[in-house]
Design a protein around this ligand. Structure first.
Ligand code: GLA
Length: 387
């Protein structure tokens, strides 16, 4: 996306003045799904697609004038209005501004125009891209850049929780803020320690196939999944008052089995997926260190199976894309992100890539009347000021 594109709209829709331009990416996740809010590990990376915003203080006390370039939609609102704007995209601006204020940033009125090239609802976290882009801008314009990267991550997450109705974990906002070109990151969501993993698989590439099934986490069963996990932990804690069980990260397979009858089959299966996923991320780290991409791929297929059968966040179209990957000998394939639509992420050998993509397009089109969208993964940088 070009700065000039965003700038021309900013000039046109406001008072002709220019501001500062910020950009922030969406993310992929190699493995570690629904583990973040369970205190486990994730393995994301930022992508080369995201959100770009031009922003400028407008000398009012608390009036925000916002323009969503892609939607051609203008919304003005006051930060002091307790209800905030109704438009869902504007709630990200309202929410992050209030969260940055809580962190001590004296946010006043501002103008903002933004656009994105990260596909909406594809499971690549367009919402985290917005949050971290706006947070980066507000921190720069009003806060002397005093808010730390981690606090911006948490402000983005709090925006989801408090203004958008999604009780998400920290993976997406983390990846969007801390991303680094060419690197995946292994994050321990409990301790928040992380390390960069240069990712240049020799002879393989990552490609996303977007089912274009709309993915909407707000008001979706995403929060139910989280509740199930928390319920299992509560039961384990009650059985083991001597220990401290905060998330499924602290729980063992034996303890899960102990509470199986009490929590019921649905919650049991969900927790079972999470415990398995926790182990798979660690197995993938070892495999990557050894350059064993076949093992990485095997884990990805297992994750898909678990997300589909136990966690129940897949859908027919994504399962079909996963089957096509298997038929084509693709090394690893799985649903990526929160689920309920969106993309599969595929680790594919270079020599199979062309045939796989062509076959997926043809078969998917024959069954659903449209082709999946194809995004080649390029791992990019995190939130930053462009000018
Ligand atoms: C969404 C959430 C994340 C994470 C993933 C699933 O993207 O925002 O916090 O839970 O789903 O791994």
């Amino acid at each position: 996306m070009e700065i000039d594109f965003v700038r021309s709209r900013f000039i046109k829709h406001f008072d002709g003045k220019t501001g500062n331009v910020y950009a922030s990416p969406g993310r992929i996740n190699l493995i570690g799904e629904h583990t973040d809010y369970n205190g486990g590990f994730v393995f994301p990376g930022a992508v080369d697609k995201g959100v770009m915003a031009e922003m400028r203080a407008n000398d009012t006390e608390d009036t925000v004038m916002a323009y969503a370039i892609d939607l051609k939609d203008r919304v003005d609102f006051k930060l002091s209005d307790p209800a905030g704007p109704k438009a869902s995209w504007a709630r990200y601006i309202y929410g992050i501004a209030l969260e940055m204020k809580k962190l001590g940033v004296p946010v006043k009125g501002f103008n903002i125009a933004f656009a994105g090239d990260v596909p909406l609802g594809a499971g690549m976290s367009s919402s985290a891209a917005m949050e971290s882009c706006f947070a980066c801008g507000l921190n720069d314009i009003f806060g002397d850049n005093k808010v730390s990267q981690w606090d911006m991550v948490l402000a983005g997450q709090a925006t989801e929780h408090n203004y958008c109705g999604v009780n998400c974990g920290i993976m997406d906002q983390f990846a969007s803020v801390f991303g680094k070109a060419g690197c995946l990151m292994r994050l321990d969501c409990r301790s928040r320690e992380f390390e960069y993993f240069p990712f240049k698989p020799d002879g393989y590439r990552l490609v996303l196939l977007d089912s274009v099934v709309k993915h909407q986490l707000a008001g979706s069963p995403y929060n139910d999944r989280r509740n199930s996990c928390e319920n299992v932990v509560k039961h384990i804690q009650a059985k083991h008052p001597e220990g401290k069980y905060e998330t499924l990260r602290d729980c063992t397979w034996e303890q899960l089995d102990e509470v199986r009858a009490e929590v019921g089959e649905e919650d049991y299966k969900r927790a079972k997926f999470v415990l398995g996923e926790k182990d798979r991320v660690l197995a993938v780290c070892d495999a990557l260190n050894e350059g064993d991409y076949e093992k990485v791929g095997e884990m990805m297929y297992q994750t898909h199976e678990g997300l589909s059968k136990d966690y129940e966040v897949s859908c027919e179209e994504l399962d079909y894309l996963n089957d096509i990957a298997k038929e084509n000998g693709v090394t690893g394939s799985r649903i990526m992100g929160g689920g309920f639509g969106g993309c599969t992420i595929n680790l594919v050998r270079n020599d199979l890539y062309k045939q796989f993509v062509a076959d997926a397009k043809q078969k998917f089109n024959a069954k659903y009347g449209h082709e999946p969208k194809v995004y080649d993964v390029v791992i990019g940088d995190g939130a930053r000021k462009l000018c």
